[in-house]
Design a protein around this ligand. Structure first.
Ligand code: DOR
Length: 434
């Protein structure tokens, strides 16, 4: 780690907030972006990073990660998750509150924040629960959690099942200007299901989760956002109708943002074939037409944000029978490669749109610092090489958990360095010269 001035020379600097996509030098000083120009001369003792052929952009921000601390430290800790994030090019992550105990009061929010500060990786922003104990009954003390550092609320891992509670959350949060995020799943429709309901579930003899389980709650929440004027953030959208309803609500002016995960834009429920628990996620991997709709949603910006839903689980838990294994896969260290390989290379997104979905839009959605390289903004940057091909090897993950369906995949696009507050938190050895 260093807080010396850093001069990044000759990279292709992409910053959609300044409509910039050109060869530039970037000088970082005192934890901030100090200067961007065609030829910048830094102080004599600046650390020089030679970045020609590389992309230099505002650091990626992941609005949806599970760091498992407290209570699940055998899967991930805040420190290991923050380092995995840095290895994936993320400079900030938002930690979901479905820990044990859940993050539902100011003390636990403060704990996550403090552990994040000590991690030496990406910045960690706590997200507090909507309901006490994630029980879906009583609202948490939202204002106190925000004072302690919470940037949004969600009961993720669980939906907010009670429409009245969701309405209250969307009303109360307006006092503070933070969004309410929801994992949309009507449990009355999904109960007992362990994968997408469709031909594949029938063939495998597994109980399915229909698209409607997600769609009815997305519809409800869009109506509640319209009713209240609150800021709604819909997590991990996986269905064709879900994307369509969000697109239409945005047209009507509803204040809604939404996520697409790399696994939902890359895989279908075929990935579960062979009872592969690494591909068991919630919401489940869906049919090809749903995947196509998610891709179209990412392309046209209906799904503003790419978020990983990084959900580490221990090998032993994922080794159980398909129905018994937990939902979730690790995503932080494959997100960029999947996005370059499956969005940029096939022409779904230009590189600048990718930076918009992975950095600028997430910063706006949760009102976080970063997401821009404007002079004076935090020196949070990702440097990556879009051309490098690599093979996913979970043994090399910084994450404590290795549960990925992408092991052995050939991907293109590799993180070269991650800089947080002017300090190199990943990749320093590869690039720097004094
Ligand atoms: O796949 C998932 N894993 N979906 C969720 O909603 C929760 C998450 C977890 O916490 O493991």
């Amino acid at each position: 780690m260093t807080t010396r001035a850093i001069l990044i020379q000759g990279g292709r600097v992409i910053d959609p907030t300044q409509k910039l996509d050109d060869r530039r030098d970037v000088l970082l000083m005192k934890g901030e972006v100090a200067e961007i120009g065609k030829k910048v001369k830094g102080p004599d003792d600046a650390l020089v990073i030679e970045a020609s052929g590389k992309i230099v952009c505002p650091g990626f921000i992941d609005l949806h990660v599970h760091l498992r601390e407290p209570g699940g430290e055998h899967k991930e800790t805040i420190a290991s998750g923050a380092r995995a994030a840095a290895a994936g090019g993320f400079t900030s992550v938002c930690a979901m509150p479905n820990t044990d105990p859940p993050i539902d009061d100011p003390a636990s929010v403060g704990y996550v924040r403090a552990a994040g500060l000590r991690s030496g990786g990406a910045r960690v922003y706590p997200v507090g629960c909507v309901s006490i104990g994630q029980k879906g009954e009583r609202l948490t003390e939202i204002g106190e959690m925000i004072e302690a550092g919470a940037v949004a609320i969600t009961d993720d891992g669980h939906p907010v099942g009670d429409a009245g509670l969701m309405r209250l959350a969307l009303e109360y949060t307006q006092t503070f200007g933070i969004p309410v995020a929801n994992h949309c799943e009507d449990k009355a429709l999904s109960r007992g299901g362990s994968m997408n309901e469709g031909l594949v579930s029938t063939r495998l003899g597994l109980n399915g989760i229909p698209n409607a389980a997600e769609d009815v709650m997305i519809a409800r929440d869009l109506m509640l956002a319209q009713l209240t004027g609150g800021r709604l953030h819909i997590q991990h959208v996986s269905t064709r109708n879900g994307v369509g309803m969000i697109r239409e609500a945005k047209r009507r002016g509803v204040r809604v943002t939404a996520e697409a995960t790399p696994h939902h834009f890359t895989l279908t429920d075929q990935a579960v074939d062979g009872y592969r628990t690494e591909a068991k996620v919630n919401p489940p991997l869906r049919a090809p037409e749903d995947r196509a709709a998610v891709l179209e949603g990412v392309r046209d910006g209906t799904l503003d944000v790419i978020a990983t839903d990084h959900a580490p689980h221990h090998y032993d838990e994922k080794e159980q029978a398909f129905e018994d294994a937990p939902f979730g896969l690790v995503g932080l260290e494959t997100a960029l490669g999947l996005a370059i390989t499956h969005l940029v290379e096939p022409g779904v997104l230009a590189l600048s749109d990718l930076v918009e979905r992975m950095s600028c839009a997430p910063a706006r959605a949760f009102s976080l610092p970063g997401g821009t390289l404007r002079v004076g903004s935090p020196a949070d940057l990702t440097i990556f090489d879009p051309a490098v091909a690599w093979t996913v090897d979970p043994a090399r993950f910084k994450s404590k958990s290795k549960n990925t369906p992408f092991a052995g995949w050939q991907l293109r696009g590799q993180v070269v360095a991650t800089i947080v507050g002017g300090a190199i938190v990943f990749g320093g050895g590869l690039l720097s010269k004094v």
